[in-house]
Design a protein around this ligand. Structure first.
Ligand code: ZN
Length: 67
C-alpha cells in the first residue's frame, strides 16, 4: 500500500494577516522554510480573502432564511 507523502503546512501570510493551509509533497531534502516562503510569496491574497468573505456571507444568508 503506497502512502502518499503529502504533508500539511500552515504558513502565515503577513499580507492577509492569516495562516492558510497548504498540502504539498516535498522531497525529503527539501528546505521547508524556503518552500513556505515561496508559497507565501505566491499566495493569492485576493482569492483567499474572497473565499473567506463568501463563507461568511453564505453563513449569514442561511441564518436569515431559517427565520
Ligand atoms: Zn495572503
Amino acid at each position: 500500500m503506497a502512502i502518499p507523502n503529502v504533508k500539511r503546512f500552515r504558513p502565515f501570510c503577513p499580507t492577509c494577516n492569516e495562516s492558510f493551509t497548504v498540502m504539498a509533497v516535498l522531497p525529503r531534502d527539501a528546505n521547508v522554510d524556503s518552500y513556505l516562503g515561496d508559497v507565501v510569496a505566491r499566495h493569492d491574497h485576493k482569492a483567499f480573502m474572497d473565499s473567506k468573505n463568501t463563507k461568511v456571507r453564505v453563513g449569514q444568508q442561511k441564518q436569515v432564511k431559517k427565520k
